[in-house]
Design a protein around this ligand. Structure first.
Ligand code: ATP
Ligand code: MG
Length: 302
């Protein structure tokens, strides 16, 4: 399969600060790729550059065979970009917002109605077509924004944190819709700060401080983690001060009912077992994407 997006050594500087630092990534047709990272990681900057609305400082980019930034205008009619901030008209209805976007892309009302029908079913926004966009719930606003991004039938979608601030049920709903869109052969690059959303992506890239720390399938990312993730119930007397001296300690957190500890290797595990009076209550658990992320950041600082 061909790469639909190719990014080589992309860097974006604001003054002297690198918001995106030497980032390289290839995405194949039909993939859903997640750009995962915390605030300020460089997700928005990357997506803006790929959508042709921001100039890179250096690097080579190709989207659908168009070279950016030179062919930015030409690529725009083939891609859909949903920005992080809700940018629809809150004092227009759902219908009026959709019509506005259709007019921008010179789509006739007859063609529009045909295209809208399946999207309305998919998003279940049909009954709300006459409601003001400003009166929609957070999740519905994001679905409307997605519809507006889709009506010109883009081949590639760039979605910037579409689920941020959306309740967990609507978030699942939104990801299901994205998977429906994938079935039509669209390629999706989506950013999110929520590590648990990694599972919805074919592959993910962990970004931090503008750098791509790792690219893999969610499964491989977790499988390849060399460190050990340990859980101990909170009632077992372990304190932050005590674990500080455990060899190879990568991370320690008290999460509600359990101590969650990441260790570089078995050596630390034995020390931990000797420390707690209840060895049998120390449990090695499968890592989450968040564990991998914390581990990767710590390793990258060594
Ligand atoms: N126009 C700008 N001028 C100066 N600095 C900027 C500009 N845009 C972004 N930055 C800086 O670049 C870095 C990356 O920002 P970016 O918005 O791309 O991150 P992000 O991963 O999208 O974060 P968030 O999750 O908060 O949306 C940050 O340090 C930010 O302050
Ligand atoms: Mg952002």
């Amino acid at each position: 399969m061909n790469n639909i997006i190719e990014i080589k050594d992309l860097t974006k500087k604001f003054n002297q600060k690198k918001a995106v630092d030497n980032l390289s990534l290839n995405i194949k047709q039909g993939e859903i790729f997640g750009l995962i990272g915390p605030d300020g990681a460089g997700k928005t900057t990357t997506l803006r550059i790929l959508s042709g609305i921001m100039l890179p400082s250096s690097g080579r980019i190709s989207v659908l065979g168009f070279s950016l930034p030179d062919d930015a205008e030409a690529v725009k009619e083939h891609i859909g970009y949903m920005c992080q901030k809700f940018n629809l008209y809150i004092d227009l209805t759902v219908n009026e917002n959709i019509n506005f976007f259709a007019d921008l892309f010179l789509i006739s009302r007859t063609v529009l109605e045909k295209r809208i029908q399946p999207l309305m079913e998919m998003t279940r926004l049909g009954p709300f077509r006459k409601r003001l966009a400003g009166d929609l719930s957070g999740g519905m606003k994001q679905k409307l924004a997605l519809i507006c991004t889709l009506i010109h039938r883009p081949k590639v979608l760039f979605l910037d944190e579409p689920t941020t601030g959306v309740d967990p049920v609507s978030r699942r709903d939104f990801w299901r819709i994205l998977h429906n869109i994938l079935l039509e052969g669209v390629t999706i690059l989506v950013s999110t700060p929520y590590m648990d959303e990694a599972e919805w992506c074919n592959r993910i890239g962990l970004v931090f401080n503008g750098r791509m720390l790792s690219i893999a399938t969610p499964h491989n990312l977790k499988k390849d983690l060399k460190s050990i993730v340990v859980e101990v119930p909170a009632d077992v007397k372990i304190t932050k001060g005590m674990v500080r001296d455990v060899p190879g300690l990568m991370d320690y957190q008290l999460l509600g009912e359990k101590h969650h500890i990441i260790l570089r290797d078995e050596a630390g595990l034995n020390r931990l077992k000797n420390m707690a009076a209840h060895k049998d209550r120390i449990r090695i658990v499968p890592p989450t994407v968040e564990d991998v992320f914390i581990n990767t950041i710590k390793e990258s600082r060594k």
